[in-house]
Ligand binder design. Structure first.
Ligand SMILES: NC(=O)c1ccc[n+]([C@@H]2O[C@H](COP(=O)([O-])OP(=O)(O)OC[C@H]3O[C@@H](n4cnc5c(N)ncnc54)[C@H](O)[C@@H]3O)[C@@H](O)[C@H]2O)c1
Length: 350
């Protein structure tokens, strides 16, 4: 497969990880340009790629065939539209856009332009998650019944020196819970309704530090989810999956899924089943099997998938419309908490 001629918009924290990933995978992509109006190009290892401070000039002069958009959320719609207008495929960092109105516009632009899109919910590319999905799809634990999920860690005090992080939109719902909501949609199916509550009791900022949600899925499965950046714990998917070197490995799982025939813990995969054949019921002995631990860098797997999408027409695992659905279900936690009622998230039409 020919490598993609790829450019990166935004050379901040995550943009640099994309740049490193691209440079480490010359068989998948060649970095042709990076555009950032503020970042210092001397701090970025460009390996000969062109540097721009204006994204329009970059897109028009370099004409990349694909772009990674790693700019602040408020610019996602603008940068996605710029790619659509030029027929450039794009990998958009999450959240797909800052608001649902913008998401609806971007879904429309993408459909009109026919460009291929992938939203950076990189966790879908983790081997442990793909293995968990295969167990669920195989029917081994039976029809899904419940999902209990926790994401709890304590962010250091200096994390909040950036003032946008203490304003609405900068908290754990849009930064962290969005990944779990995407995981839950992937593993358990479409979310039919959300009932959320939020709290700022730990830090007292204008933004939440904790959130909880009750979820109903289309298939009847029920979920409960707690998320906080103020509680010190070993229970985040990052700590059980080695996906992010910043999160030290705890060896603990953060998800417990139950099915009619068995249960699954993840991302440290443990499958619980009846010891003998016959009906699985509370008076039957249950046994646990640890499933083999596989790891691959989710960012590399994501880029390889993006290349196959463009070169081999592989269907995107998270097209923009899917990212929009994840955004809608995530924002529904905060909106439901504000309104004090259960909400049905927007589905969007592709
Ligand atoms: N997938 C993940 O786990 C993950 C992790 C972190 C961030 N993100 C997402 O990635 C995006 C960027 O986050 P970050 O933490 O890297 O932020 P950041 O502030 O570190 O970087 C953003 C960069 O974009 C640049 N920028 C601003 N305007 C620009 C423009 N017009 N053209 C090009 N560049 C421009 C800024 O100068 C900055 O360098 C956000 O949407 C965030 O939600 C995703």
């Amino acid at each position: 497969m020919t490598p993609l001629r790829i450019a990166v918009l935004g050379a901040g924290l995550i943009g640099r990880r994309h740049i490193e990933t691209i440079l480490a995978m010359p068989e998948a992509a060649k970095l042709v340009a990076v555009s950032d109006p503020v970042a210092d190009p001397d701090q970025v290892d460009l390996k000969g790629a062109a540097w721009f401070t204006d994204e329009t000039a970059m897109l028009d002069q370099i004409k990349p065939e694909a772009v990674v958009i790693a700019t602040p959320n408020g610019l996602h719609l603008k940068h996605g539209e710029a790619c659509c207008q030029r027929g450039i495929h794009f990998l958009m960092e999450k959240p797909v856009t800052a608001t649902l109105e913008e998401a609806a516009l971007l879904v429309r632009r993408v459909a009109e332009s026919g460009v291929k899109t992938l939203v950076g919910h990189h966790r879908r590319h983790l081997a442990a998650i793909q293995d968990a999905k295969a167990v669920i799809d195989s029917g081994r634990i039976g029809k899904l019944v419940t999902a209990s999920v926790i994401w709890a860690t304590r962010k250091p005090d200096d994390y909040f020196h950036a003032t946008w992080r203490i304003q609405p939109g900068g908290g754990p719902i849009l930064i962290n819970a969005i990944h779990e909501i995407d995981m839950l949609r992937y593993l358990c199916g479409e979310i039919a309704s959300v009932s959320g509550i939020i709290s700022d009791a730990q830090r007292g900022f204008a933004v939440e530090d904790s959130a909880a949600a009750l979820l109903r899925f289309d298939n009847g499965c029920l979920g409960s989810f707690t998320c906080t950046d103020a509680g010190f714990s070993p229970w985040t998917i990052e700590q059980g999956s080695r996906e992010n070197p910043r999160f030290l490995y705890s060896g603990q799982s953060a998800y417990r899924l139950t099915g009619a025939k068995g249960s699954l813990e993840l991302p440290v995969l443990r499958l619980w089943e009846a010891q003998a054949s016959g009906e699985a019921a509370w008076d039957r002995p249950i046994r646990a099997t640890a499933l083999p631990e596989r790891y691959h860098d989710p960012y590399k797997a994501q880029l390889a998938h993006f290349q196959r999408m463009i070169r081999r027409n592989e269907p995107s695992v998270v097209p923009v419309v899917d990212g929009a659905r994840t955004l809608a279900a995530t924002l529904a936690i905060a909106r439901s908490a504000e309104q004090g009622r259960l909400l049905v998230p927007e589905r969007f039409i592709a």
